[in-house]
Design a protein around this ligand. Structure first.
Ligand code: ADP
Ligand code: MG
Length: 326
């Protein structure tokens, strides 16, 4: 694993004077042992595990946020647009592996953001996840961030052999590449949530710059069936998405998640396919990419971006993973 050389900046719970010994024990037992964990897990979880009122836990999480802002670990609440602009110009990105696709995204997958990729079976979602797991490890001049990957596989489609073949086709040392991908197989939604709770600990000690979740909600779909479970399912997905947002911001990682599509039968105009998961995933993803098959190529369309028009790019899937059409 690539070790974190910067001074890892872990801020302990003790920095907040409001945390008494009993609360501290409850938090640590629940795996919350730093200020970053506090804000990633959020007020609801903190209230649940400590027995605090919601008001108290919101207050605690806010204080943790302020400390992290003061330590320059997370973005301050009030910043000038100039400062934001200068920061955005320098934002770190991971190449998709295809020049066309990179251009579509303004240079590649962004860190501190969630990119949702949806499309029909075989459209290339998993290939994108594999390729970016290789690309993120490359030098900055080669489209990477010299960082590692956490790959959460819910559909049992992660293949180390594919990482090897993509690396070989790109003349990259696959031994190192494999070493820097931590794979977690999630067997059900509760297990997936457990894995996501643990992620902070892994990122804290290693230079992870990409988190892949392939796919984000298949377990929820399989487990929460029928109308009666819909609101519980949406609540869980909502919580998942908010954790992912906070992880991406706190640890400066790019989050790529995949999503299936379903057909909407009563569509008269336009495309009858929609990503599953309803508005929750849509609203919490920063960027959304819709993949379509086009013969042996693929079309990526950027949907609902805060600053991109709805444009498309043509890319291809080859031995080297995501690439440009020949
Ligand atoms: N080694 C390979 N070389 C070229 N193309 C491949 C290779 N492996 C997979 N593919 C392409 O990827 C497609 C599957 O894409 P995948 O990412 O698994 O789809 P999804 O995850 O969207 O269901 C295959 O249909 C094939 O076109
Ligand atoms: Mg797949």
């Amino acid at each position: 694993m690539i070790n974190k050389d910067n001074n890892s900046k872990k801020l302990e719970l003790d920095i907040l004077d409001d945390i008494g010994p009993a609360t501290k024990i409850h938090l640590i037992e629940a795996g919350i042992d730093s200020l970053k964990d506090l804000i990633i897990r959020g007020p609801q979880d903190v209230a649940d595990v400590t027995g605090m009122t919601m008001e108290q836990s919101i207050d605690l999480c806010n204080k943790a946020r302020i400390k992290l802002e003061e330590a320059n670990i997370i973005e301050r609440t009030f910043v000038s647009a100039t400062e934001l602009y200068n920061k955005r110009r320098k934002i770190e990105r991971i190449s998709t592996g295809s020049k066309h696709f990179d251009e579509l995204l303004g240079g590649g997958f962004e860190v501190n953001a969630i990119t949702e990729i949806y499309g029909e079976f075989g459209s290339g979602k998993t290939q994108i996840c594999h390729t970016s797991s290789v690309m993120v490890q490359q030098k900055r001049t080669d489209g990477g961030l010299e960082g590692g990957v956490i790959y959460i596989d819910t559909e049992n489609t992660f293949r180390p052999e594919r990482i090897v073949s993509i690396s070989k086709a790109r003349n990259i040392d696959y031994v190192k590449v494999l070493e820097n991908i931590v794979v977690a197989k999630a067997f059900n939604s509760a297990h997936q949530e457990l894995i996501i709770h643990e992620i902070g600990k892994i990122i804290e000690n290693s230079n992870i710059r990409l988190l892949v979740l392939d796919s984000a909600i298949s377990h929820y779909r399989a487990e929460y069936v029928g109308r009666g479970t819909l609101s519980e399912r949406q609540q869980k997905i909502n919580k998942l998405m908010h954790m992912l947002i906070r992880i991406s911001e706190t640890y400066k990682v790019a989050v790529i998640l995949t999503n299936q599509i379903q057909s909407v039968p009563d569509t008269i105009f336009g495309d009858p396919f929609r990503p599953v998961g309803g508005n929750i995933i849509a609203h919490s993803s920063t960027y959304r990419i819709y993949l379509k098959k086009a013969g042996k190529n693929r079309i990526a369309r950027i949907v609902d971006s805060p600053y991109h028009p709805e444009i498309e790019a043509l890319f291809s899937l080859g031995e080297e993973g995501v690439t440009d059409p020949v």
